[in-house]
Design a protein around this ligand. Structure first.
Ligand code: FPP
Length: 239
């Protein structure tokens, strides 16, 4: 039997740089093409029953890139956020972020806070943008908060369970992704949702992110629907 549509899909949008290089264009144009591809994709995803999309926009490791590329990415993000703020009245998209955004410029933090606030009552697709996000960093932040709550007697160490731990993560308000997609032929998770993807299905494609379309997403979903998910159990034990 085919599986239902995944409710939460997470995407590692990789290959913007190679897309630009193939065209003898600056990296900045590749990232802009990547942002446009995401916008176009979301317009179609909004019409489906998919409830959550998480995208890896800037990792804790991306700070190692050249200053110019980092600035270009931050400016692109500011434009992207600005566009959604402008379109808020006519859009039903709900947008928030995961990751430690306290290190971003005050300007960008303000825009993000404003966008989160004005879109929080929206009932459509939720877009979670991973910004200065790293799975290890998220886990370390969660451990620090748990340790603090143990110290102040808000929780008892014996009561720490997987569920409680999950409730300290940035993704506490929604379910883990059933499907994680990575473009550009790389076969790594690169510190993306490492706790949450423990039982996710992975789909890798050679397509570079700016070329990734809704039809490619359908292909990924089709591949996911054909697989068996056993969560460590046996299919026959469920009969
Ligand atoms: C990886 O491609 C991609 C990124 C580091 C940034 C992803 C950002 C976007 C798609 C656009 C901005 C997003 C939003 C939400 C506005 P790469 O540059 O590492 O590609 P390469 O491996 O081919 O060089």
């Amino acid at each position: 039997m085919e599986r239902a549509l995944p409710k939460h899909i997470a995407i590692i949008m990789d290959g913007n740089g190679r897309w630009a290089k193939k065209r003898f264009l600056p990296k900045k144009i590749g990232h802009k093409a990547g942002a446009d591809a995401l916008k176009k994709l979301l317009e179609k995803v909004e019409k489906t029953d998919i409830e959550h999309i998480t995208v890896y926009a800037f990792s804790t490791e991306n700070w190692k890139r050249e200053r110019q590329e980092i600035d270009d990415l931050m400016n692109l993000l500011k434009d992207y956020i600005g566009q959604y703020i402008k379109d808020n009245e006519t859009s039903n998209l709900k947008i928030d972020t995961i990751g430690d955004i306290s290190v971003l410029t005050e300007d960008l933090q303000k825009d993000l806070a404003y966008l989160k606030e004005i879109s929080k009552e929206k009932t459509g697709l939720s877009l979670h943008i991973a910004l200065n996000y790293g799975g290890r960093d998220e886990i370390v932040r969660a451990v620090k908060n748990i340790a603090n709550d143990v110290k102040t007697n808000n929780i008892c160490a014996d009561n720490i369970t997987e569920e409680l731990f999950s409730s300290y993560l940035d993704t506490k308000e929604y379910n883990d992704p059933e499907l994680v997609i990575r473009t550009s032929g790389e076969l790594r998770t690169s510190n993306f949702l490492i706790w949450q993807s423990a039982y996710s299905e992975f789909y890798f494609t050679d397509k570079l992110w700016p070329d990734f379309t809704f039809e490619d997403l359908q292909q990924a979903i089709y591949s996911y629907q054909k697989r068996e998910r056993r969560f460590g159990g046996r299919l026959d034990s469920q009969c």
